[in-house]
Design a binder for this molecule. Structure first.
Ligand SMILES: Nc1ncnc2c1ncn2[C@@H]1O[C@H](COP(=O)(O)OP(=O)(O)OP(=O)(O)O)[C@@H](O)[C@H]1O
Length: 355
C-alpha cells in the first residue's frame, strides 16, 4: 500500500540571512519525505543544523531556497490557522503555565478548531480526552502542570500536540533532560502513536542508540551536509552512520552497534574469552586506553577463564590469576608504564609489582 507523503522538502537550503552579507548556508540540497505511519528520527552532531532544519520545516524560519510542502500544499501558502490543523510542534523549552491543570493545557491544543474564546465543543472534549488516554496520563489530568516531573510534563506537551489532531508532529529534542527509562518510554510512546497510520512523527534527538532501535527511518545530518536518509540498519551497514558521527576520540563500531573510545594510547591488546565477563573485560580495557582485538591476535593478550563457576583473568604467558578487573588493570598498568619508559621488565617481575 502506497503511503501518502505528509511532509516533503524539495531542493531545500536552510540557513541564515544577514543584511549586507551573503547568507550563511547551514545545509542545502535537502530532498526528503515523511510519509503517514512513519516515525523518523533526525540525528546529527552538535551544530550540524538540526534545529535550523526543524524550524524551517515547520515554518518558523524561512528557507534560503527550495520548498516545503505539507500533504502536497506549499507551506508558504498555508495560513497559520490551516498550518496548525496539519502540524503540531513540541519544543524543549518549558512553558510557564503556573498552576494551570493538565487537562486545560492539553485543551489549548484545540486552538485551531475553537472560537476566539477557546470554548470546547463535544468533539473538542473528545479529542482532548483521547489525547490524554493515548499518552496514558489520565491520572494527571487534574493536577497543576507546575507540580509535574520533567517526564510527566513532556507527556503532557505531547498530549497537547496530539489534541491538535495534526497529520505531522515534530518534536525538537523532546527526550532531552529525561532519564534513560523515561527516554525509552517516550520513544516507544511516539512509535506507538504513528502505527495507526494516520499521522507521521519527526523527532530530532541526540539519543543515537534509541533512534537506531526505534525509528522507522533516520535522517542523518553530518556537519556541512548533505542529509542522508534510510532505514537505520542500511545507514549503519553503508557506514553513513559512522561517518556522520566520526569525531576525534570516538568511533562507531558496526560490529557491536555501539560507540567506542578510539584514543587507544596504550596500544593493542588481545582478548580471549566469551560471555558477559569477556564483554565487561573489553569495556574495562577500552576505558583504560587499550585498543582491544577479540581473539587475541596480538603479542599482549588477556584471557578470561571460568573454572568451577569462578572467574579469573590471566595475562598470556603468566601463571598469575587476577580475581578482579581492578587487579588486572593494575598489572597491565605496570607493564604499560615500563614499556613507555623503555625499560620493560620481565613479565614475572611486572606481576609481582602489580599485586
Ligand atoms: N540566528 C543564527 N544566526 C546565524 N547562525 C546561526 C543562528 N542560529 C544558529 N546558527 C548556526 O547554525 C548552525 C546550526 O545550528 P543548529 O542550532 O541548527 O544546530 P543543531 O544541529 O540543532 O545543534 P545542537 O545539536 O547543538 O542543538 C550552527 O553553526 C549555529 O551556530
Amino acid at each position: 500500500m502506497k503511503r501518502q507523503t505528509l511532509l516533503e522538502a524539495r531542493d531545500l537550503a536552510v540557513g541564515y540571512r544577514k543584511p549586507r552579507r551573503p547568507p550563511r548556508i547551514v545545509t542545502e540540497g535537502i530532498n526528503i519525505a515523511l510519509r503517514e505511519g512513519e516515525f523518523v528520527c533526525l540525528l546529527g552532531p552538535n551544530g550540524a543544523g538540526k534545529s535550523t532544519l526543524i524550524r524551517t520545516l515547520c515554518g518558523m524560519h524561512p528557507p534560503l531556497s527550495g520548498t516545503v510542502c505539507i500533504a502536497g500544499e506549499p507551506l508558504k501558502e498555508l495560513s497559520p490557522h490551516m498550518l496548525a490543523q496539519r502540524m503540531s510542534l513540541v519544543l524543549t523549552q518549558r512553558v510557564a503555565v503556573g498552576m494551570m491543570p493538565v487537562k486545560t493545557l492539553v485543551a489549548l491544543g484545540r486552538h485551531p478548531y475553537t472560537d476566539w474564546a477557546g470554548r470546547l465543543g463535544k468533539k473538542d472534549e473528545e479529542a482532548v480526552w483521547r489525547a490524554i488516554a493515548d499518552v496514558g496520563i489520565e491520572e494527571l489530568a487534574h493536577r497543576p502542570v507546575c507540580e509535574l516531573s520533567d517526564g510527566e510534563r513532556q507527556k503532557v506537551m505531547i498530549a497537547r500536540a496530539l489534541a491538535q489532531e495534526p497529520q505531522v508532529m515534530i518534536l525538537d529534542e523532546a527526550t532531552a533532560f529525561l532519564d534513560l527509562p523515561r527516554r525509552v518510554e517516550l520513544m516507544h510512546l511516539l512509535k506507538g502513536l504513528v502505527h495507526d497510520g494516520q499521522r507521521a512523527i519527526l523527532l530530532s534527538t541526540h539519543d543515537l542508540d534509541l533512534a537506531l532501535r526505534c525509528a522507522d527511518r533516520l535522517w542523518l545530518l553530518p556537519a556541512g551536509g548533505p542529509l542522508l536518509e534510510g532505514v537505520p540498519e542500511d545507514l549503519v551497514l553503508c557506514d553513513a552512520f559512522a561517518k556522520t558521527f566520526a569525531d576525534a576520540g570516538v568511533s562507531f563500531d558496526k560490529g557491536s552497534g555501539a560507540f567506542t573510545l578510539s584514543n587507544a594510547e596504550r596500544g593493542e591488546i588481545g582478548l580471549c574469552g566469551e560471555g558477559v565477563h569477556a564483554m565487561w573485560t573489553y569495556r574495562a580495557l577500552e576505558r583504560a586506553g587499550y585498543r582491544v582485538l577479540p581473539q587475541g591476535k596480538t603479542e599482549r593478550c588477556v584471557e578470561v577463564t571460568c573454572e568451577n563457576g569462578s572467574i579469573s583473568w590471566h595475562i598470556r604467558g603468566s601463571n598469575k590469576a587476577y580475581t578482579s578487573l581492578e587487579a588486572l588493570l593494575a598489572g597491565l598498568e605496570y607493564r604499560w608504564t615500563a614499556l613507555h619508559e623503555e625499560c620493560a621488565k620481565p613479565l614475572t617481575e611486572e606481576l609481582s609489582h602489580a599485586d
